[in-house]
Ligand binder design. Structure first.
Ligand code: ST9
Length: 615
């Protein structure tokens, strides 16, 4: 039986009842898709993921890829290779490929819904299928030559990677030392060592296209210090004919020189890549412009969305596994009869603390699913406006604001709840390899780390997405939340929770005001910026709590209306679950935002004044 427990019903609820995505189907640029087709695709990918892609999840963890140090090759375990082939042969990955490259115009919201199935079933699989993203970025920024390379890579189902990180340049990408030297024929030779490269080397595809950040040398006006001195190069693993796309049989000088032994995501190869050591590593400058960090961020934004999506996909399956166990596990008597030693034993779903735990898992899993699909719905709006030849600056800003929350908040909450609640529901059994949750916990931890740590997401949120945006997107989102909190709900079931939500918005605003005030104080006192830094992660969390609570309560309001319309018995249970999860989250989590506000207002630099020796 599959380890993966999907939640198609809730995904459809989010897409079509909460976010009204049926309205965009049939409209430009999504003219070729209607609701029935979208639902068919959802059902098909859900089935494929659960039945086929999930099968090698455990085996691939226990049998990680094998590195041959002399040949510098990586062999992926056959069971996982079969899952990869199944996914590629099914062709659904082309829904993410640009129409100009033979793909299709599919709403981002639908694509991220599908991503949940694949990533929930076999999270590492997605890391090997980077080509739709890579090709899109190359096409968007590239010359005709680069567009041709993107087309060849898609047609031949090549792998793709992003090479940013170096041994001494992790969060600080601008410290990278990999350099690029121009050749007379217009290509570049790349020299350097990259670290932590996901899917950097493997035997799943005939070729791998590496997107490499490097610093040009010897060219006037480019290659200076920091991220702005970096350019982006397309560096294939194997050389190929630019006209036909056929491999020439000549190996390019980009090699995996080590693979890491990790806590989880074992089948996702994490490589050290050495470029230009013995053989030249030749590549092309993307777009023939030195704009590497901005181009790479086009990839990074997609990858950050992917990480948040992976995290909550795992949390959702963890919750549903825990729920299944709890419904069957008989242990102890009902608490109300605990003094009676002859009282019948009950399933653990009868125990208050198990119910608290299950509702915590359900509320976060479903609320963060809404967060991801709500963010993706803004991406749909950008595409719709672009197709209509209109600007989409508010949609772009809101999407930008939400991305660090999806990635930072989504990954932190998922990994913690998987460990403290989902695994815990199974007691000692949760710690065993007989159940998938211990692997879920191991696989999910990386989500808080790669694609920019939580601290990086927090700084991105405040400095770039709030301050640099002059608070526009934040004001929009908080305005929407306030309008919701102030408007009465039909059944009146969530009035108390709406009041809690209004309070949380005010708390968030006070934290932002404190941070903004501290930032303004920097002109007289440079150390004031430390107080901003001390509150940054807190802001990420409380804003995440407020947005998730809002989306859950919006869902509850829809459920109230649906319940009044005599739904089926299954839907009655579903909608009641939505209302209870929303009420639970608001009552359990939102009071914590007030506590965070109180702490935020007292943040002071005594933390920074402490001598290192005193730690
Ligand atoms: C990694 C691998 O962790 C993980 C693999 C995951 C699995 C992937 C598998 C593939 C999935 C499929 C998808 C991907 C496809 C992959 C294959 C394809 C190739 N938004 O603030 P400044 C830009 S990889 C947009 O001064 P600093 C912007 O251009 C490693 N743009 O920064 C800006 O200029 P301007 C992950 C942004 O102080 C410029 O950067 N590593 C954003 O110089 C400079 O900005 C990381 O994620 C943004 N949010 O540098 C790095 N932010 O201001 C983490 C910046 O003029 N570190 N730009 O607009 C950071 O993010 C740092 O904050 C820093 C700081 C490097 C940006």
């Amino acid at each position: 039986m599959s380890h993966y427990k999907s939640n198609l019903r809730d995904i459809e609820f989010n897409l079509f009842e909460l976010l009204g995505r049926d309205r965009v189907l049939g409209e430009a640029p999504y003219t070729e898709l209607d609701l029935d087709t979208a639902k068919f695709i959802l059902r098909e990918v859900e089935r494929l993921s659960r039945e086929d892609l999930a099968e090698s999840f455990e085996e691939a963890d226990r049998n990680p890829p094998v590195y041959d140090a002399s040949a510098k090759t990586v062999t992926v375990t056959p069971a996982f290779a079969a899952a990869y082939k199944t996914w590629m042969d099914a062709e659904w990955w082309r829904l993410r490929v640009l129409p100009e490259l033979g793909g299709s115009s599919t709403p981002s919201s639908l694509n991220w819904a599908l991503a949940e199935f694949v990533q929930g079933a076999n999270p590492a699989l997605w890391t090997y299928v980077g080509i739709p993203t890579a090709a899109r970025v190359i096409y968007r920024h590239g010359t005709d030559r680069d567009k041709r390379i993107a087309q060849i890579a898609v047609d031949n189902r090549w792998g793709a990677t992003m090479l940013l990180t170096e041994p001494d340049a992790g969060s600080d990408v601008g410290a990278g030392r990999t350099r690029a030297v121009a050749n007379p024929d217009g290509t570049w030779n790349i020299h350097g060592v990259k670290r932590f490269i996901t899917a950097g080397e493997h035997d799943l595809a005939d070729n791998i296209l590496h997107l490499v950040l490097a610093r040009p040398v010897g060219v006037d006006g480019v290659g200076g210090p920091g991220t702005k001195g970096l350019s982006l190069f397309l560096v294939p693993k194997n050389h190929f004919d630019l006209e036909t796309g056929a491999l020439t049989g000549e190996r390019n000088g980009v090699y995996a020189t080590n693979i890491e032994k990790k806590m989880g995501m074992n089948v996702s190869t994490t490589c050290e890549m050495t470029l230009g050591e013995d053989t030249p590593a030749r590549g092309w400058l993307l777009g023939e412009v030195h704009d590497g960090i901005a181009q790479m961020f086009d990839v990074i934004e997609d990858a950050r969305m992917m990480v948040g999506s992976k995290a909550i996909a795992t949390l959702s399956s963890g919750y549903l596994n825990a729920l299944e166990y709890a419904k069957q596990r008989v242990q102890g008597a009902d608490l109300a009869r605990s003094a009676d030693k002859s009282a019948p034993r009950v399933t653990i779903t009868h125990h208050p603390d198990v119910r608290r735990s299950l509702l915590t898992q359900k509320a976060y899993a479903e609320g963060m699913r809404s967060l991801i699909l709500y963010t993706a719905a803004w991406q749909d709006e950008i595409a719709i406006a672009t197709a209509a030849g209109q600007g989409a600056s508010l949609a772009e800003s809101v999407n930008d604001l939400l991305l660090p929350i999806v990635k930072g908040y989504g990954s932190e909450r998922s990994w913690v709840i998987l460990g403290t609640e989902s695994l815990q529901t199974l007691g000692g059994s949760g710690y065993l390899r007989d159940y998938p949750i211990e692997q879920y916990v191991r696989d999910a931890k990386i989500d808080t780390v790669y694609e920019g740590t939580t601290a990086i997401q927090a700084q991105d949120l405040f400095f770039r997405k709030v301050i640099r945006d002059r608070g526009r997107a934040l004001a929009h989102v908080l305005g929407e939340i306030t309008a919701f909190a102030d408007s009465p709900d039909p059944a009146g079931d969530i009035a108390a929770e709406r009041a809690l939500l209004a309070g949380a918005v005010s708390d968030v605003e006070q934290i932002v005001a404190k941070m903004t005030g501290d930032l303004a104080a920097v002109k007289d006192d440079p150390a004031a910026v430390y107080r901003v830094g001390l509150n940054a992660t807190r802001l990420l969390y409380v804003l995440g709590d407020a947005v998730v609570a809002w989306l859950l309560l919006r869902s509850a309001r829809i459920a109230e209306t649906a319940l009044a319309e005599n739904p089926s018995a299954a839907d009655v249970a579903f909608y009641r679950g939505k209302i209870t999860a929303a009420r639970f989250f608001a009552r359990e989590v939102l009071p914590g935002v007030a506590a965070q506000r109180a702490a935020a207002l007292t943040v002071d630099n005594f933390v920074m004044d402490l001598d290192e020796g005193a730690f």
